[in-house]
Design a binder for this molecule. Structure first.
Ligand code: GLA
Length: 411
């Protein structure tokens, strides 16, 4: 009898030990403390698609430093689709040996030695969008592999996911990354299908809100079974989502097309609006050969500072008149960013009387009150001071371009 009691006590103890912590419970949440401002970096897809190899990635890492992009805040070098080779007999994934002969660990070491971070790409389905091996069924094994390689960022795509549920699939990879033990940014790329803004903040650090971007200002690119969208179309699709963004969790309107074919003023408008909506700033051009105009756009520290503002409030469309839109973004310390976007093909005049009304952001409760408070204005593309809010702002916005000001409270 005594023995039976002892056995029962031992089993109960074992049971309670296991229920408090064991190696099969999972933590389906992201790593905390990462991407407290929108992530900044570069990704291979928009310019190079499947043409990736280790020389390209090393040269881009070199260019990130030599062009001053790193100094401007860009950190992640992200390899998108098509780096993959095959799985071995135990199921471990290997990079394409022809394209990455030195292996991913060596590449990560190279990138880290420059003070940068390395990102990689996989897919929740059986195959990636480019037809390479996906992570379905191999999530924990792949996460372990990426951690061993020294990867810092995972973009996780949504092709070939027949029957999968978005939230569940992304929770599985989040748990796998946690188990692997190396902090990684998780970029959810399921195109807004399952409303990732609703569950994404716990699971990942950013989530795509739309299908793919295309390097035109306001077109739709028909690819047969799917279409890609120009930057203004993508901007329009961000409506109603700003409440979901904040430090550590961002709406992702897709990577930048700056330097990929639009004219300079369109690139400037694209970049400025991405900063206004606190978008991740992932350059998608060839950093090794960018023009001075492209570099000047991507490296404008004062415009970047709007994106990276620690308050983390996504900006919003405040007014629309004809083809002229007024966008606002409250900033830390009572400053505001005010952007006038001209979507039309002719010049648009701007006449904005700051004192006409007190502006309150219903989300952050920030107040722009030019009746009680004087703000100084700085034009962030010319770098020039532009007076104060005591008098109305008068100016013109060229076609497909922006005027952007930072308002600072005069004390
Ligand atoms: C999808 C993604 C893109 C890119 C490609 C790669 O279309 O949305 O951003 O990663 O796959 O095949």
């Amino acid at each position: 009898m005594k023995r039976i009691k002892l056995l029962v006590a031992a089993l109960c103890l074992a049971g309670s030990v296991y229920s408090q912590g064991n190696n099969y419970t999972q933590d389906y949440t992201k790593y905390q403390g990462l991407a407290l401002t929108p992530p900044m970096g570069w990704n291979s897809w928009n310019k190079f698609a499947c043409n990736v190899d280790e020389n390209l990635i090393k040269q881009v890492a070199d260019a990130m430093v030599s062009t001053g992009m790193k100094d401007a805040g860009y950190t992640y070098i992200n390899i998108d689709d098509c780096w993959h080779g095959d799985r071995d007999s135990l199921g471990f994934i290997h990079p394409d040996a022809k394209r990455f002969p030195s292996g991913m660990k060596a590449l990560a070491d190279y990138v880290h030695a420059k003070g940068l971070k390395l990102g990689i790409y996989s897919d929740a389905g059986s195959e990636t969008c480019g037809g390479r091996p996906g992570s379905r069924g191999y999530e924990f094994q792949d996460a372990l592999t990426y951690a061993k390689w020294g990867i810092d960022y995972l973009k996780y795509d949504w092709c070939n996911t027949e029957g999968l549920h978005g939230e569940g699939a992304y929770k599985t990879i989040a748990a796998a990354l946690k188990k692997a033990g190396r902090p990684m940014v998780l970029s959810i790329c399921e195109w807004g299908t399952d409303q990732p803004w609703k569950w994404g903040p716990q699971v990942g650090h950013l989530w795509r809100t739309t299908g793919d971007i295309y390097n035109c200002f306001d077109c739709i690119k028909d690819n047969g079974s799917w279409h890609a969208n120009g930057v203004m179309k993508i901007l329009d699709m961000q409506k109603g989502l700003r409440q979901y963004a904040g430090p550590g969790h961002w709406n992702d309107p897709d990577m930048l097309e700056v330097g990929n074919g639009m004219v300079t003023n369109e690139d400037r408008a694209h970049f400025t609006l991405w900063c206004m909506i606190a978008a991740p700033l992932i350059a998608g051009n060839d950093l090794r050969s960018m023009s001075p105009q492209t570099a000047a756009i991507l490296k404008n520290k004062e415009v970047i500072a709007l994106d990276q503002d620690s308050l983390g409030v996504q900006g919003y469309q405040y007014a629309v008149k004809d083809s002229l839109e007024t966008w606002l973004k409250p900033l830390k310390g009572g400053d505001w960013a005010v952007c006038f976007l001209n979507r039309g093909t002719g010049v648009q005049p701007v006449n904005f009387d700051w004192k006409k009304e007190v502006i309150t952001d219903s989300l952050s409760k920030a107040i722009l009150d030019a009746q009680k408070q004087v703000y100084t204005l700085k034009n962030l593309w010319t770098g020039k001071n532009a007076g104060t809010t005591k008098s109305p702002l008068k100016g013109v916005v060229p076609a497909h371009d922006v005027l952007i000001f930072r308002l600072h409270q005069q004390r």
